[in-house]
Design a protein around this ligand. Structure first.
Ligand code: GDP
Ligand code: IMO
Ligand code: MG
Length: 454
């Protein structure tokens, strides 16, 4: 058997999402041949800055902005075709070359139907404790995949009768459930079939046997970037169940979603922000108080701002997908230390070090969580029995006085303010993971790369 060198770099979220994976994946894609979106769907919002313009991509890999890349939406993704088409047109409108030629879609990726979004909303209403999903139909689409009634991209290429049979089966099963509450919930399969058969025509040339495509790149030892979506604590197994998404978004889940195996993996970069954020419900040990909580916006003056409001203000922490105000808090080394089992990181990328400096200046200090007080005991790992104990661990903090200024043009680690370097080095000591990449601004280029770290 011919052996080849592993050549894939996985970009994985280290906390609750929105860490800047899109920016890092896109920056890495500059030197890549193939960029693969691996998991999730339009619940993700990945910001990429292209020629000074911010693009919030939900499905297309950020690497599309570099014309040498082939971009693949992998088998682990659930695709809202309306969102995808809109995104393709937006990218074409920006003058990005050969988008439809360079974008490939795995024939095995599943389709999100409008009724999945309705079901997502309905399940949330029916739950005692809603998850706070993005209502993009993600959970119901993955459930249909698991129940083996989902429709795959390949199915859109069937003839009308064959496709209708498949859609009819999927809608019939849901409608039987809803008969119990007296409604035929989903619009008829004959209405849906024409719309989705037409999508098949639009996407026909992009739908591929992705195993074969990826094989071509791995055998030739081409550079591959896996653009993870969601993050460690949103993973359906490792995360804060039930306040999670419906996919395995940790490193190995992303590999499956990207048609890769562990032998293809060269490097795993776990992306975090220098402070933390979370959208939706669930535990957040280092969360800071804020006026805007749980979507209830209240008026308040700058003088009345809590730490959480200040973090949100400087970080512009409003969801790229739902526009919801994000919950915010301090960086949590305990959570990152615990993520090593799930993520197998080689390096950390800490984005928003510039933003944290501004926050520190306004608040007067910065806190870094290094341990928890949980059940009256000091612990150094993230507990998974919070539902049993009804307790969220209380952070034990390391304090840094004030903040710092970092221009987005700074590229040399040694030129960072002393306090900022101390902050990064404390994270390295506390987590045991080297910080090779540091974000100092939103642009793809606003990244310090410490080439001396291998
Ligand atoms: P993703 O879902 O992990 O791709 O992250 P999002 O795009 O949802 O959120 C990250 C936000 O932070 C976006 O608005 C980015 O433009 C911005 N961003 C990323 N890295 C940096 C950084 O180092 N500094 C600053 N100021 N903004 C950043
Ligand atoms: P990116 O890739 C932040 C969260 C939702 C909710 C939970 C379940 O941009 O980092 P879902 O709609 O997936 O069923 O919602 O997961 N969530 C995200 N939060 N960033 C994301 O993606 C997210 N994708 C899902 O807010 O709490
Ligand atoms: Mg995001």
């Amino acid at each position: 058997m011919v052996k080849y060198e592993p050549n894939a770099t996985a970009i994985i979220g280290g906390a609750w999402g929105d860490e800047g994976k899109g920016k890092v994946a896109s920056r890495k894609a500059k030197e890549a041949d193939l960029v693969i979106r691996a998991t999730g769907g339009a619940n993700a919002g990945h910001t990429v800055v292209f020629e000074g313009k911010k693009l919030a991509l939900h499905l297309v890999p950020g690497g599309i902005v570099y014309p040498q890349t082939t971009c693949l939406i992998g088998q682990g993704v659930v695709i809202d075709l309306n969102v995808l088409l809109k995104e393709i047109k937006q990218l074409e409108g920006l003058g990005i070359p050969r988008v439809r030629e360079r974008l490939k879609i795995s024939g095995r990726a599943h389709v999100v139907f409008p009724f999945h979004k309705d079901l997502d909303e309905l399940y949330e209403i029916m739950k005692d404790n809603p998850v706070g999903t993005t209502k993009k139909g993600i959970g119901p689409a993955y459930a249909d995949k698991d129940n083996r009634i989902g429709i795959r991209m390949y199915d859109l290429l069937l003839n009308l009768d064959e496709l209708e049979k498949k859609i009819e089966q999927e809608t019939r099963i849901h409608n039987i459930l809803f008969m119990n509450i007296g409604i035929s919930y989903i619009k008829s399969s004959s209405e849906l079939v024409h719309e989705f058969h037409s999508f098949g025509i639009v996407f026909k040339d992009m739908i591929v046997n992705a195993d074969h495509l990826v094989d071509e790149f791995t055998r030739k030892e081409k550079n591959i970037v896996v653009e993870g979506a969601q993050a460690y604590r949103l993973d359906k197994d490792f995360g804060d169940y039930p306040n999670v998404t419906s996919s395995n978004c940790v490193t190995d889940g992303a590999l499956i979603g990207a048609h890769l195996n562990h032998k293809d993996l060269k490097e795993t970069i776990v992306v975090l922000k220098a402070y933390f954020s979370r959208v939706g419900n669930g535990p957040f040990p280092t969360e800071q108080p804020a006026h805007i909580q749980d979507d209830k916006v209240t008026e308040y003056s700058d003088e009345e701002a809590y730490n959480g409001d200040i973090i949100r203000k400087y970080g512009h922490e409003f969801g790229a997908t739902t526009k919801r105000p994000r919950r915010t808090g301090w960086f949590d080394c305990v959570l990152v230390r615990s993520s090593k089992r799930a993520l197998g990181p080689d390096f950390l990328c800490i984005n928003h070090l510039d933003t944290l400096g501004k926050i520190g200046k306004d608040v007067g200090f910065i806190q870094l969580c290094v341990a928890y007080d949980y059940q009256g005991v000091r612990i150094d790992y993230y507990p998974d029995d919070m539902e049993l104990t009804h307790e969220v661990p209380k952070p034990i903090y390391h304090w840094f006085r004030g903040g710092w200024d970092i221009p987005s043009s700074l590229r040399n680690y040694e030129d960072l303010p002393e306090q900022a370097k101390k902050y990064i080095e404390t994270i390295e000591i506390q987590t045991g993971i080297p910080v090779k990449y540091i974000g100092v601004g939103p642009d793809n280029e606003d990244l310090i790369v410490r080439e001396d770290i291998e």
